[in-house]
Design a protein around this ligand. Structure first.
Ligand code: HEM
Length: 438
């Protein structure tokens, strides 16, 4: 049966491995044989299998029972990849550094040198980049966002971020006292980034949960119409907030339209909040799994940056970043043909033993570098002209974990709980059931 005119919401987690519910693609839906339908309807710039991933919701991975996994190059679509991608990455890096993944319909690069080179090469363009623009339009939009974010973080936001973290930590501690445990994903990781971004935009804090939902909801559009009255207010009476900065910003001599501002806010909330939520959950997982590191950070809160950077290196939330080759491109391990889709694997690159000593080890005392700057060594924030614009804000958000550890000393898993990371493109654990010393 075919249902015509259905608008497919395609998350940019699929399109480019990052953000952004909010991509609508007009297409027909074939309710039988959804995978075939996905293939038939997929836009030219979306990998076939990635599209199938959306439409089959959680059934994208293929069982490996019928595959000779020893002689076949590993595929990101294998079930064992979903369960634990790191052994698959190790094999890709060792034996297949540049390989065509037929199931994914993309070339896969996994070594540090290849992933960095691919992310930095302008001939490898995002299929649909975070700012949702062609390359020519990307630079002015990026300049506006980058300046706006620079003006508002982290100094203005520090107090807000720590205030929010203290309150969330206090509530989590109260829940532990009352019930014996809490789930830090909803109580801390999901709540904190959107609260801080809402404050940065100058919107009422009561709007935070609604904004998070409207960015997540299947019904969301790539812009936030609920911001209209706030934009009108800032245009007539500018304040000292990110929204006012966007209202005053110009692209090529003209002010941004209301729609462009709404779209940028949606990008900030989805790119900023969603990815940071996942990264915070992985950071807390590492701290609970490594009590010595947790104790060191609790005792010396200055260590929190190094620990946060190390967690982003070892367990970045973004596992796959897609690019499309506008022409043939030579990478250290071989040539990507023109027109090909490329799946770059930052999480694999960050565990490349050719680049990081003992890469699987969570070591908060690695030689210090500023991993939140454009010169960052690890690829959690991407690299090159499309790298993350919110890295310094992310640094601040991670720093607040020291406040959480202060209120919840000796965090440990509740009996019988094991965190289980999930996700093909963006990966994190959906539950963090912990208890702490009262
Ligand atoms: C730990 C948290 C974060 C991680 C791991 C992360 C990761 C990334 C990555 C890997 C990219 C590059 C994608 C590509 O190459 O196509 C990216 C881009 C981007 N990020 Fe983040 N991000 C984080 C937090 C944030 C925050 C807090 C904001 C803003 C409030 C933000 C805003 C953006 C924007 C606007 C882009 C698009 C840049 C462009 O297309 O030029 N991110 N991020």
């Amino acid at each position: 049966m075919t249902v015509s005119g259905v608008q497919w919401l395609v998350t940019a987690e699929v399109l480019n491995g990052r953000i952004g519910e909010g991509h609508w693609i007009e297409g027909d839906r074939n309710s039988e044989g959804r995978g075939e339908s996905a293939e038939a309807r997929r836009p030219a710039d979306v990998p076939a299998a990635a599209m199938t991933d959306v439409l089959t919701v959680g059934r994208a991975h293929r069982p490996t029972d019928s595959v000779d996994t020893c002689s076949t190059p590993p595929s990101l679509m294998w079930t064992q990849f979903e369960t634990n991608p790191f052994p698959v990455y190790a094999r890709l890096r060792r034996d297949f550094p540049l390989v065509r993944d037929e199931s994914l319909d993309a070339w896969v690069v996994s070594r540090y040198a290849d992933v960095r080179a691919a992310l930095c090469d302008p001939r490898l363009a995002p299929p649909d980049n975070t700012l949702r623009t062609a390359r020519a339009d990307h630079t002015p939009l990026r300049t506006v966002l980058s300046a706006a974010l620079r003006n508002h973080a982290p100094t203005n936001l520090r107090r807000t971020a720590f205030g929010a973290a203290e309150e969330l930590a206090w509530r989590a501690a109260a829940e532990i006292r009352r019930c014996g445990s809490t789930d830090l994903v909803p109580t801390f990781c999901e709540a904190l980034p959107v609260q801080v971004l809402t404050a940065a935009l100058g919107l009422p804090s009561a709007d935070a949960p609604r904004l998070r939902l409207s960015c997540n909801a299947a019904a969301s559009k790539p812009r936030l119409a609920c911001l209209e009255p706030h934009i009108a207010a800032r245009r007539s009476e500018p304040g000292d907030d990110l929204l006012s900065t966007l209202c005053a910003a110009e692209i090529e001599g003209r002010p941004l339209t209301d729609q462009e501002i709404q779209r940028m806010c949606a990008v900030l909330l989805t790119a900023g909040a969603r990815t940071t939520e996942k990264a915070l959950a992985l950071f807390l997982t590492n701290l609970v799994d490594h009590p010595d590191a947790q104790a060191a950070v609790a005792e010396k809160p200055d260590l929190v940056h190094a620990a946060w950077a190390e967690s982003l290196r070892r367990d970045p939330p973004t596992h796959v970043v897609f690019r499309r080759a506008t022409e043939a491109v030579d990478l250290p391990s071989g040539t990507i043909p023109a027109g090909a889709t490329v799946a770059c694997l930052p999480a694999s690159a960050n565990r490349d033993p050719a680049h990081f000593a003992d890469p699987d080890h969570f070591d908060i005392r690695r030689p210090e570098r500023d991993e939140f700057a454009a010169s960052a060594e690890n690829l959690a924030f991407g690299a090159g002209e499309r790298s993350c614009l919110g890295a310094h804000l992310a640094r601040l958000l991670g720093e607040t974990v020291s406040a959480l550890l202060h209120h919840l000393p000796h965090l440990r898993w509740t009996d019988g709980f094991t965190p289980t990371p999930q996700g093909l493109i963006n990966r994190s654990t959906p539950r963090l059931r912990v208890t702490a010393r009262p």
